[in-house]
Design a binder for this molecule. Structure first.
Ligand code: C2E
Ligand code: MG
Ligand code: MG
Ligand code: MG
Length: 296
């Protein structure tokens, strides 16, 4: 009996594994088509200065709407791109599209500040032949200054390729591009390497911001990260701000910038253009007025 049960389980496991593999292969092929057929788009989530409420930047987030499957989340297809050697094509598309949009925001009549954008890249992107040139071309083609672009790299993918990535990061900094460690606090990094990274900012992972809600020990961790970031001369950015309590605590701790559903969702390029135009901060008392947030 036990043996049969075991075999049945194995069979079920094999079937689901096969289904998973088939789905993966299918998505690989579909993604290839998506890249060719313009099924991808970008959403832009505003990042604000937490002290004044002024717009600091946008984070470009890739979106895929498949004609039959509907929206496929980046957490599903970005790893597939990575595994099927399509990451280069994906990142190139995102970089060029984000820079083209930024150019568009910049030339809107009435826009106050030069807008800037964060683009997510992986450790393998950093180490690909010609990556720095690709970044330089995207900027030049669109008449953007290098300081208008920040590349975000997650702590975990950075650590996989640290030595090679460090050299490329140094060249990107020479170009003037900003560099940010994304999802900071979730990877395997030791604190000792942080001071050696040529980065301009770090992004505190959403999971820490969430735990700020209840105060206590986790608040101490966030406080320590902000202190450390500042001691190293980095800008600290919080992601996933969802409640006024989280926002207030981050501001009190001196976290410079932040993004999250409380402030704004990832927006269509058209909505993002409106945000770039109506960039007047939070006004006198320095807190977001009711109804001023939720630009979604
Ligand atoms: P990330 O870079 O950490 O991006 C932030 C993610 O958090 C985004 O999810 C965003 O929509 C979501 N988010 C923002 N504010 C809130 C909030 O208040 N609450 C919650 N619960 N979520 C919030 P998204 O767009 O699904 O992207 C997921 C991840 O996929 C990104 O995490 C990034 O690692 C990756 N990704 C997205 N676009 C790209 C891209 O163009 N290239 C690469 N390589 N990776 C990308
Ligand atoms: Mg990011
Ligand atoms: Mg992040
Ligand atoms: Mg994250």
């Amino acid at each position: 009996r036990a043996k049969n049960g075991g075999r049945a389980r194995t069979a079920v496991f094999d079937a689901s594994l096969r289904a998973q593999l088939a789905e993966q292969v299918n998505l690989e092929r579909e993604l290839r088509k998506a890249l060719e057929q313009q099924q991808l788009s970008l959403a832009f989530q505003p990042i604000y200065q937490l002290r004044t409420g002024e717009l600091a930047s946008f984070e470009a987030l890739v979106r895929w709407t498949h004609p039959e499957l509907g929206p496929v989340p980046p957490s599903t297809f970005v790893p597939i791109a990575e595994d099927s050697a399509q990451m280069g094509a994906l990142t190139d598309w995102v970089l060029r599209s984000a820079c083209a949009r930024l150019r568009h925001f910049q030339v809107l009549p009435g826009v106050v500040r030069k807008p800037s954008v964060h683009v997510n890249v992986s450790g393998t992107d950093m180490c690909r032949e010609g990556f720095v040139a690709q970044v330089a071309t995207a900027l030049l083609t669109n008449g953007l200054d290098a300081c208008q672009l920040t590349l975000e790299i997650t702590e975990s993918t950075l650590m996989q390729r640290l030595d090679a990535a460090l050299e490329v990061m140094a060249r990107l900094r020479e170009l003037g591009v900003g560099l940010s460690v994304d999802d900071f606090g979730t990877g395997y990094s030791s604190l000792s390497y942080l001071s050696t990274l040529p980065i301009t900012s770090l992004k505190i992972d959403r999971s820490f911001v969430q735990r700020l809600q209840d105060g206590g020990r986790d608040a101490e961790v966030v406080k320590a990260v902000i202190t450390l970031g500042h001691a190293l001369g980095k800008t600290v950015i919080a992601e996933g701000i969802e409640t006024p309590v989280q926002l207030a605590r981050l501001r009190a701790l001196g976290c410079e910038q932040g993004q999250g559903y409380l402030l704004a969702r990832p927006l269509t390029p058209e909505m993002a253009a409106t945000v770039a135009l109506c960039d007047h901060g939070w006004g006198e008392d320095g807190t977001p007025a009711e109804g001023e947030r939720l630009l979604d």
